[in-house]
Design a protein around this ligand. Structure first.
Ligand SMILES: Nc1ncnc2c1ncn2[C@@H]1O[C@H](COP(=O)(O)OP(=O)(O)OP(=O)(O)O)[C@@H](O)[C@H]1O
Length: 425
């Protein structure tokens, strides 16, 4: 395995948590933890890998306390859920980061990144078998949520996380209990415009069928590498088109017949005609998974070693962003409000300005050699690393090959993922 994370923690910026710890889970509430490199950014928060003092990795999703309503909502939902297809909750706390009160949500670290990352890694689209497999896993997660009366409201490949046991649904910041909307004229709706179902774009309702539509859009992204409405450039015209044009997204020709049929069932314009998750779980597209895929040589299972190689850190802001609105205004005013609710106005801190982290992923550092106490990098992109104190590496790093002229670096503290400390200067 080839993950490599280097955190650059100068003594002045060492944010082990001592203050305001309110975690629900004793495992993290009583332990210090250390924030590592940023592994993802969304419109409402920044996600970093983190490590406990015993070297266990987890993910921490953080934002300013003052703008943490989505994160607190996510905590509320995640803390009540337990499913192998929903990202596992591990607690939360509030601490000071850059002298600002910061809300941190702890969850399991999805070592494989997101399905979006996987699409990029595999050259812009996924193999048919992988699509079947991932779709099945997402359906299982949705089935669990819907059985618990929860609509996710923001299903998209960027929120589908690849863990060792399979795909798990993440980012429950937009989720809601469905009965809360019954009879309300001013229900809140949220999500990402190009994944929104027509009834959501029109501000009518956002129930279980909206998650099914978004799953259909996600399958299109898995198959083509593009969102379901590739010609849509801005959310205003996008929401008009989705809500009022009567069009449905184009079904990718590259999908097999059962895949096309599956999508047709997900992308019914009329929410009442759309198949529900339980029906889709019986659809041949996901039912035939084992028959058609098990014997293939290609890496169709996420358990294949190759799939666990490092994925690039997602630097780009999301292509399409989360929006929130109310249905009581007319569509024009509502859509205008949605556009104004883009990340730049979300209050998300500019974590780019932080200087305490250097993020290095293994795909930039494959040429590396390890000697006792020293690490050598041949990657000229690694700059300003003299003060690195802490290195977290997964197993097997010793087998990495080194070539070309290396730079030699010293580290004070080295941890590998099986919790053994190897070398200390
Ligand atoms: N548990 C995790 N393990 C690994 N990576 C994660 C995890 N959670 C989130 N990420 C990464 O961080 C990114 C942002 O996370 P998330 O979507 O939860 O943030 P957000 O602010 O709620 O985003 P959105 O723009 O959808 O509202 C994800 O796309 C993913 O790349």
């Amino acid at each position: 395995m080839l993950y490599l994370y280097i955190s650059h923690i100068s003594p002045a910026h060492n944010h082990s948590l001592q203050s305001h710890t309110h975690t629900l889970q004793p495992s993290l509430s009583t332990m210090e933890w250390k924030r590592g490199p940023i592994i993802g950014r969304g419109s409402s928060a920044t996600v970093s890998v983190a490590t406990t003092s015993s070297g266990d990795l987890f993910a921490v999703k953080s934002t300013d306390l003052s703008t943490s309503q989505f994160l607190q909502k996510e905590q509320h939902f995640l803390s009540q859920l337990s499913s192998k297809n929903i990202i596992k909750y591990m607690g939360f706390d509030i601490n000071y980061h850059n002298n600002k009160p910061t809300y941190n949500l702890f969850m399991e670290y999805a070592t494989g990144g997101t399905i979006s990352d996987m699409i990029n890694k595999l050259g812009g689209s996924l193999d048919e078998c992988l699509i079947r497999f991932y779709t099945h896993q997402v359906l299982l997660g949705l089935d669990y949520l819907h059985n618990n009366n929860i609509v996710h409201c923001d299903i998209k490949c960027q929120n589908l996380l690849i863990c060792e046991e399979g795909v798990k649904i993440g980012d429950l910041g937009c989720a809601k209990f469905v009965e809360n909307d019954v009879g309300k004229r001013d229900f809140k709706f949220s999500g990402t415009p190009v994944f929104m179902a027509p009834e959501v774009a029109r501000g009518e309702e956002q129930g279980f069928p909206a998650d099914v539509w978004a799953l259909g859009c996600s399958v299109i992204e898995m198959a083509t590498g593009f969102n379901a409405w590739p010609e849509v450039n801005d959310p205003v015209s996008g929401l008009y088109r989705i809500g009022y044009s009567g069009e449905v997204p184009e079904i990718p020709k590259c999908l097999p017949e059962d895949g096309k049929d599956f999508l047709a069932k997900c992308l019914k314009k009329d929410a009442k005609e759309r198949w529900i998750v339980k029906e889709l779980l019986q659809h041949p597209f996901v039912r035939s998974l084992n028959l058609s895929c098990e014997t293939r040589d290609s890496p169709t299972s996420i358990l294949d070693q190759g799939f666990w190689e490092s994925l690039p850190v997602s630097d780009a802001s999301p292509v399409v962003t989360r929006v929130v609105g109310f249905s009581s205004e007319g569509p024009v005013e509502r859509i205008r409000q949605l556009v104004e609710a883009t990340p730049s106005s979300s209050g998300l801190p500019d974590w780019d300005d932080e200087d305490e982290w250097i993020t290095v992923r293994s795909n930039r550092l494959e040429e590396m050699n390890v000697e006792c106490g020293d690490f050598m990098f041949s990657d000229s992109n690694v700059d300003d690393v003299e003060d690195i104190e802490n290195l977290v590496v997964d197993e097997d790093y010793m087998s990495l090959e080194y070539s070309s002229s290396p730079r030699v670096l010293d580290f004070d503290h080295i941890i590998i993922s099986n919790n053994k400390e190897l070398f200390c200067k």
